[in-house]
Design a protein around this ligand. Structure first.
Ligand code: ADP
Ligand code: MG
Length: 620
């Protein structure tokens, strides 16, 4: 038999490698910008055409490359960043695998212009599908300029695999947000089809967060600052009131690199335990500095998953620093660390051993939100919606609810022993209304005896929950029905917003929006989703654009839950309404048919259990 094994040609090997490193236009953006940072750039400009399908250009003012280096940079495993295996344990640069440029050049049409500082002339290289087409001296600017055109031109399957323009652009924006947050001192701008999306000057972390997510976020940020011999943590966490219903502003960076870390995420989530409304997520922007030899960034080609040598200890330090930061801002009961000030954990002997969690003493009477409670909030259910109806901001529309829900949660936890008891009771088999006696109390609560004590159901919140789940169903089926506007609302949009409108075009149409461009900057909203026709059409469109700008959200999901919340809030039965016994029974049965009977859609507790012992204490 003849031998059959051969070495693959470089061009094929590069295409295969690209499959790992370069998944979509956003990966190219990430790799090129990271290279600029490694080259010491202080300013980077990114130009995107057609969500990266046509062009991805990254221009930096970094140190540039010599003609030979420029040529070498496209070879696989060609890097200036490490020389020997040992260097792998001291990585301070973003890149080190020497794969990105080779991969990109394998699957695109790439032009490189680069000039080193102080050199008279730079270099121009044109490389297509790993093959050099041209190299010559060039009068380019100092620094480096990469143009990546027609990504995946030679892999039609991959090109077809790309998502819609709006999705690919979202990926790019997300990637740029991450680098921008990791490097606030770097001036960075992003253009899409010649319209500016970001144009950020060199600034500090706090300002950068504001530039990316809206100035409003600033007053919600709590600084975190902890220094231990294992890990140094700085950055910001969001106040509980600013928690969101959707994941989004959660960022970890380690040694200047964005990372995902579900285990550490849980440390944060747990630090917020019991002070966050259910199904909301805290914002955080946390920067870790560690000795590079204690982490492994090599476990994933895109380097977003990072292994920490001593994850347990780091977990506890992260958790404790977040609690400490909240404590300083009086969001938490007083916290006592075993040692005052910084927690010092020696790296050597403790490795792998158990670190006791700093002790946290809770003052059960402390309610951090006391000052925000309105004396008569129980009856404010619908009025707070009306008051805010004209607000120019979705978030503001719901902020009132969110605050109350936090208060409620703290209350229910401290007063009644909380969710555990309720869940236990719900798990108890035989919880069918037939076995129960009901009492409507003060036309506000429904009381019924259960195994462990007395179940108290808030009638309005229960009804809100039932309606919410029904409305979600209805919206799912009907949101796309468009209602023509008799008098189309006029809308004037600046260039950026026009660009976003264009990006969202498909999604908006699918939702039932019909928007016509007049001349200049003027647009007319001729149709809106029928279910939203009672709302101000201009506000609605502006809000959708704003939401997308601040955070590349899933517009449809966001809109659906906003809408269901709005509808259920405005149509649920109010307090003070007497219910007939059949109505109570129906409410009870429908509530327990819900996917989440415990919390109202805006996060307030529906059910509390007064335990028998609490009850006995009260009546003795
Ligand atoms: P890595 O970043 O892992 O070293 P890359 O393929 O991304 O591998 O880049 C290869 C080399 O090309 C880098 O090590 C660097 O020397 C050089 N290089 C890439 N981009 C730039 C840039 N923008 N400015 C200066 N040098 C660059
Ligand atoms: Mg690189």
């Amino acid at each position: 038999m003849p031998d059959i094994i051969q070495l693959l040609p470089d061009s094929v090997a590069n295409q295969i490698a690209a499959g790992e490193v370069i998944q979509r236009p956003a990966s190219v953006v990430k790799e090129l910008v990271e290279n600029s940072i490694d080259a010491g750039a202080t300013a980077v400009t990114i130009n995107i055409k057609d969500s990266g399908r046509t062009l991805i250009q990254v221009i930096d003012n970094g140190k540039g490359m010599s003609p030979t280096d420029a040529r070498m940079s496209f070879e696989r495993h060609a890097t200036s960043k490490i020389r020997e295996a040992n260097d792998l344990f001291a990585i301070r640069t973003m890149g080190f695998r020497g794969e990105a440029l080779a991969s990109i050049a394998g699957v695109a049409d790439v032009e490189l212009r680069s000039r080193q500082h102080g050199e008279e002339l730079g270099t121009f290289i044109h490389i297509l599908g790993s093959l050099i087409q041209k190299q010559e001296a060039d009068h380019c600017a100092e620094g480096t300029n990469f143009s990546v055109k027609n990504l995946f031109f030679n892999i039609p399957a991959r090109r077809k695999f790309l998502k819609s323009n709006s999705s690919e652009l979202k990926y790019i924006i997300t990637e740029v947000q991450r680098v921008a947050l990791a490097n606030p001192e770097l001036a960075i701008s992003l253009y899409h089809n010649n319209s500016v999306i970001f144009n950020l000057p060199s600034e500090n972390v706090r300002k950068r967060i504001g530039s990316l997510f809206g100035k409003g976020i600033n007053q919600n940020l709590i600084p975190v600052d902890t220094s231990t011999s294992l890990i140094t943590i700085s950055g910001f966490i969001g106040q509980p009131q600013s928690a969101r219903k959707t994941l989004g502003e959660q960022f970890f960076f380690v040694n200047g690199r964005f990372m995902k870390h579900p285990f550490f995420n849980r440390a944060i989530q747990q630090a917020y335990d019991r002070i966050l409304p259910p199904e909301t997520y805290p914002s955080y922007f946390l920067y870790f500095e560690v000795d590079p030899s204690t982490i492994d960034i090599n476990i994933h080609p895109t380097k977003t998953e990072i292994k920490f040598e001593d994850e347990r200890s780091s977990w506890h330090i992260i958790h404790a620093s977040v609690r400490e930061a909240m404590g300083k801002f009086n969001l938490m009961p007083s916290i006592d660390f075993d040692q005052a000030g910084s927690i010092d954990i020696p790296i050597g002997p403790l490795r792998g051993s158990h670190i006791p969690e700093p002790e946290i003493r809770i003052n059960p009477n402390f309610n951090p939100f006391d000052s925000e409670r309105s004396p008569d909030r129980s009856f404010s259910g619908t009025s707070s919606y009306r008051e805010n109806q004209n607000s120019d901001n979705w978030q503001a529309l719901y902020r009132g609810f969110e605050r109350e829900e936090v208060v409620d949660q703290v209350q229910s936890v401290t007063q009644w022993g909380g969710e555990e008891a309720v869940q236990q009771e719900i798990r108890n088999a035989g919880l069918t209304a037939e076995n129960h006696n009901f009492l409507q109390f003060k036309n506000k609560y429904i009381l019924t005896p259960v195994k462990s004590g007395m179940m108290v159901i808030d009638q309005r919140r229960a009804h809100e929950r039932i309606l919410y789940e029904n409305f979600l169903q209805i919206i799912e089926n009907h949101l796309t029905i468009s209602q023509r506007q008799l008098f189309p609302a006029r809308l004037e949009l600046n260039a950026v917003d026009q660009e976003i409108l264009l990006i969202l075009d498909e999604e908006l149409k699918a939702l039932g929006f019909e928007i016509r461009k007049e001349e200049g900057d003027v647009f007319y909203v001729e149709g809106v989703p029928a279910l939203l026709s009672h709302l101000n059409a201009t506000d609605l469109v502006e809000k959708v654009i704003e939401d997308f700008k601040n955070r590349p959200v899933d517009v449809k999901e966001e809109l659906k839950s906003h809408l269901a919340l709005l509808l259920s809030n405005s149509s649920a039965i109010n307090y003070g309404v007497a219910l007939k016994s059949e109505e109570i029974l129906e409410l009870f049965n429908n509530l327990f048919a819900c996917s989440n009977p415990i919390y109202s859609p805006s996060g307030k507790s529906i059910i509390t259990i007064v335990s028998l012992s609490d009850f006995e204490r009260l009546v003795k």
